[in-house]
Design a protein around this ligand. Structure first.
Ligand code: F6R
Length: 241
């Protein structure tokens, strides 16, 4: 595990964006595993700026997003499909046919999860996986559980996750209760994993996940065993380690 200390959110975003830029420069047809949420928003801004400066070219990459709310159509502003287009894909030259997000509108979980796992395998796995971490230690939507779930699966979201995500919805009742998420296997098989974490609210879970035991009750803790895991955090997020 490599730890990179950033000053603040902007510094964290720049440092992570630099790693992604280097990855795409060295391997233009990289498969990027991407995340949504507040943590990577600044990274996408940096990458769009780099693209506009002519410093990076996304025309050959394949993107595979971590997760999507079950039942959520793409055009809904709360969908992760929408988030990714709004923050990143619409502003760079990534090819639309190379964008992959679980299909929330396929209500047949078994079918959709099998399709997504086959797709990840067909692309040869992920070169660089970008992650945030939930207050309960989730990665993607791999919530605390008695065992790690390997494949893409449908999850019931934890109360704390619904609580955290309600900021994007008009009211808490509107937050979907289920989501499709990539499993632990695809994340752990990614050649590189980069996690960004910001703010004092994440300080406790950072300590538990990366300085405590590896346990499915804190799903991110498995990353301690990844051979190329980089944790980039700001001063507040690292205030308890
Ligand atoms: C999003 C995802 C989630 C978030 C996590 C942290 O695609 O997979 O695991 O990374 O919930 O969210 P933020 O960054 O909003 O604190």
């Amino acid at each position: 595990m490599r730890i990179i200390r950033a000053k603040d959110y902007a510094d964290m975003s720049r440092k992570a964006a630099n790693i992604i830029r280097a990855q795409v420069t060295m391997k233009p047809d990289s498969v990027l595993g991407l995340a949504t949420g507040g943590s990577p928003e600044g990274i996408y801004k940096e990458l769009v700026a780099a693209y506009n400066n002519g410093d990076v070219d996304f025309s050959e990459i394949t993107s595979i997003n971590l997760d999507e709310y079950k039942g959520m159509p793409r055009e809904n502003e709360q969908s992760y499909w929408y988030f990714m287009h709004d923050h990143f894909f619409n502003h760079v030259n990534v090819r639309p046919q190379k964008i992959n997000v679980p299909d929330g509108t396929n209500l047949n979980s078994e079918e959709e999860c099998a399709r997504y796992d086959q797709l990840i395998e067909a692309k040869g796995g992920i070169d660089l996986q970008l992650l945030g971490i939930g207050f309960d230690g989730h990665i993607g939507f791999n919530e605390p559980a008695d065992t790690f779930t390997l494949g893409t699966h449908c999850v019931d979201l934890e109360e704390s996750t619904i609580e955290a995500n309600k900021r994007y919805f008009e009211k808490k009742e509107d937050v979907p209760r289920q989501a499709y998420t990539m499993g632990i296997k695809a994340i752990m098989q990614a050649k590189k994993v980069v996690m960004v974490v910001s703010g004092s609210g994440k300080a406790d879970i950072v300590r538990q996940a990366f300085f405590g035991p590896v346990t499915p009750q804190v799903p991110a803790s498995i990353l301690q065993m990844h051979p190329d895991f980089t944790l980039i955090g700001d001063e507040e997020a690292f205030s308890k380690i």
